[in-house]
Write a protein that binds this ligand. Structure first.
Ligand code: HEM
Length: 403
């Protein structure tokens, strides 16, 4: 039967409110093959299917030769993939090198420092009265924290922001025909700039080791087989970029949802112990990362649809997190929700390395904001500006009045 169902993740109206379409996708087209795209791309909407894909990395790979092929349109060789773009043993090797810097115990040790940074940012914002909260708090906190973990000067954060923005602006566009030669060239220039920044710092750490992640990576590189020079650079870039927009978005989205749900806002102020659950609910209700792509490695059937080797599947985390089969009152924002197995940090072997860190940063930032204000009010008119990449459910500015 012909259907009028379509999902265009580049359409601004769809991006602002995709939930009715996701619900229809889950009901009528759980695995939906897009039409008219340069690649064969299927969208997957149900929680169970998304989870099954992310758990099966032999059938659904995170390594995309597609990017490699596109890059070959340029003249030079591409660098090796980061841990995010590898599978199996190659992935485990890279992840194993940095895992221990992000365990809950190590991350908790950062809490006092995070509290101090958040207090300073929130106090300046409250003194200003009306601010863009992205500039004032939700961006500077995560970038300062990751810069300190890696061991690069937080004073360069304006530069990191420009890099992160540029690196992720075109994320996901490749699936919708929006990745062209000019973008590839821009990515290459960006990589050159980042390399020029990191190489002298790495050389300096080789001469003068310190207690930071950069020193750990440099030592792994010098032990020979553990990490090549280019792999080390890819790791640094991934760590610098992966946690910035996402954590900024989590904190911004939390404020947006609290403003949209005054009862929930009042309740979290009254019962600060609810903050942890409220953050999980923000992650579920408006997932910073809306879809997670994979490449199919063999012919397979999913949700009644035949998928072929080298098709792409987009796992819609934003839809899985609203699946009525898993979440009661899935479309309600409930800051006290008890059972909340959302997929916002992914699932399986690529489960977000920075999940503990992001949760703690959100708790510290929102805790400081709620404790030091009596009221937060929207100071924008019309629509908030959306992030350019369809991967993110994010705004780029959030004007508020604080009292
Ligand atoms: C709310 C904030 C965050 C969200 C929503 C988020 C989301 C995600 C998701 C969905 C994945 C899985 C990607 C996949 O399956 O292909 C992922 C992986 C990853 N995230 Fe996060 N992330 C956040 C914060 C952070 C932070 C703070 C860091 C800093 C270290 C970080 C570093 C990473 C890395 C390195 C990976 C790749 C892991 C791997 O390939 O094994 N993320 N993240």
């Amino acid at each position: 039967m012909p259907s009028d169902f379509a999902l265009n993740p580049l359409d601004p109206a769809t991006r602002r409110d995709p939930y009715a379409l996701y619900a229809r996708g889950r009901r009528e087209h759980p695995v939906f093959l897009h039409d008219g795209l340069p690649l064969r791309v299927a969208s997957v909407f149900r929680y169970a299917d998304v989870q099954a894909i992310l758990r099966d990395d032999a059938t659904y790979s995170n390594s995309f030769p597609l990017e490699q092929q596109l890059a070959e349109l340029g003249e030079r060789e591409m660098p090796p993939p980061s841990m995010l773009g590898t599978d199996g043993d190659a992935h485990a090797r890279l992840r194993g090198l940095v895992n221990k810097a992000f365990t809950p115990r190590i991350v908790r040790r950062l809490e006092p420092r995070m509290e101090a940074i958040a207090a300073e940012l929130v106090e300046a914002a409250v003194a200003a009265g009306e601010v863009d909260l992205v500039q004032a708090l939700t961006y500077p906190l995560p970038v300062t924290v990751i810069a300190e973990i890696i061991g690069i000067p937080a004073a360069d954060r304006a530069q990191f922001k420009r890099w992160s923005d540029e690196a992720i602006a075109s994320l996901g566009l490749v699936f919708f025909g929006g990745f062209d030669r000019e973008r590839i060239e821009r990515q290459r220039r960006l990589l050159d700039e980042m390399r020029a920044y990191f190489v002298p710092l790495a050389e300096e750490r080789a001469r003068h080791p310190q207690e930071d992640l950069l020193t750990g990576l440099v030592q792994a590189e010098h032990e020979g087989s553990k990490l090549s020079h280019e792999e080390m650079l890819q790791m640094l870039i991934l760590l610098l970029v992966a946690g910035n927009e996402t954590t900024t978005t989590l904190i911004s989205n939390a404020v947006i949802e609290l403003l949209a749900h005054p009862d929930a806002h009042a309740r979290v102020r009254r019962e600060p112990a609810l903050l942890e659950r409220a953050i999980e609910e923000v992650l579920r209700f408006c997932s910073p990362v809306q879809f997670d792509p994979r490449r199919v490695t063999r012919d397979v059937e999913l949700g009644g649809m035949k998928l072929a080797k080298d098709d792409y599947v987009l796992c819609w985390l934003g839809s899985a997190n609203r699946d009525e089969a898993v979440f009661e009152r899935a479309d309600a924002f409930d800051p006290a929700r008890e059972k909340n197995p959302h997929l916002s940090f992914g699932f399986g072997s690529h489960y977000c390395l920075g999940a503990n860190l992001a949760r703690l940063e959100a708790r510290v930032a929102l805790g400081a904001l709620l404790a030091r204000t009596r009221a937060i009010e929207p100071a924008w008119t019309g629509e908030l500006p959306l992030h350019p990449s369809p991967v993110f459910r994010a705004v780029t500015s959030l004007p508020v009045r604080l009292a």
